[in-house]
Design a protein around this ligand. Structure first.
Ligand code: GSH
Length: 268
């Protein structure tokens, strides 16, 4: 049996799959894709993943894409240490959480882009910026990217992203009254789906989004971080000292994020 994962150390979607692999104790061959260099657009990679994104998993020659689908696949293909509830109602609830991952990922992408990517890109001359935009084959993604780069932290896209987080945390806070994990007593793919997103927000100096307002969500994330899989799948690849840049760039922007956040929270 062979498992090969195409991923990138900081890519939050790839980290979701690494957490599942670690929780299930599955070894894999690691193929790193350099997203900044544009490896994802190379023809040989596009044959595996026509969406030009990571992760891609290859299991005994079968190519699988989409992190949430890969996670369910892994749990079905390797039933030991199951990460899905046996009870069908609980399993359906788990899928209600995993279904939200793409929307939350999009919001994470907004925050990372306006805080970090923009900082880097705006230092480049306009022609080089235009080249970067043109290299993006997906026109909707390109249009969003241009808007994020032009508008930065003031963009209404930030407010949209924060609204998605607010709804998520309110819902999480509610269910976490009934158990340590999102579907109750068992740690499942529902929890796994959000861990790397929380870590990214922590790197972006935005942990106040939950720490200042949602105590059960705060405890939940601390429990996630205490699991050995967090170290193996996330921390070992993205250690905080390797990213002082994130802190330096992001910290001055937190007051602005926090003021929009407090405003958004009044809607919930
Ligand atoms: N829905 C996809 C999203 C994958 C995705 O957007 N991956 C990001 C990294 S987290 C990526 O590869 N971005 C590179 C790019 O957009 O050029 C999944 O969950 O697998």
């Amino acid at each position: 049996m062979t498992l090969t994962l195409y991923h990138a150390d900081t890519a939050v979607c790839a980290a979701k799959v690494r957490v599942t692999l670690a929780e299930k104790g599955l070894a894999y061959e690691s193929c790193l894709i350099n997203l900044h260099e544009g490896d994802q657009f190379k023809p040989e990679y596009l044959k595996l993943n026509p969406n030009a994104v990571v992760p891609t998993l290859i299991h005994d020659g079968a190519v699988l894409i989409e992190s949430g689908i890969i996670n369910e696949y892994l749990d079905e293909a390797f039933p030991a240490n199951t990460l899905r509830p046996h009870d069908l109602v609980a399993r359906a609830r788990m899928r209600q959480w995993t279904k939200r991952e793409d929307t939350i990922h999009d919001a994470i992408n907004t925050m990372t882009a306006v805080i970090i990517f923009r900082h880097d890109l705006m230092q480049k001359p306009p022609e080089e910026r235009a080249k970067r935009y043109e290299a993006m084959p997906n026109l909707a993604k390109r249009a969003k990217w241009v808007r994020m780069m032009e508008e930065g932290i003031e963009s209404a896209l930030v407010r949209d992203a924060l609204q998605h987080f607010a709804k998520l945390y309110v819902d999480m806070e509610k269910v976490l009254a009934d158990g340590p994990w999102l579907t109750g007593e068992q740690f499942t793919l529902a929890d796994i789906g959000f861990i790397s997103f929380f870590y990214r927000l922590e790197m972006l100096q935005c942990a106040g989004l939950w720490r200042d307002h949602f105590p059960r969500v705060t405890d939940w994330f601390e429990r996630c971080k205490a699991r050995p899989s967090f170290k193996t799948a996330i921390l070992d690849l993205v250690p905080p000292p390797a990213y002082p840049k994130y802190e330096q760039i992001a910290r001055p922007l937190w007051p602005k994020v926090d003021s929009v956040w407090r405003d958004v929270l009044t809607l919930f």
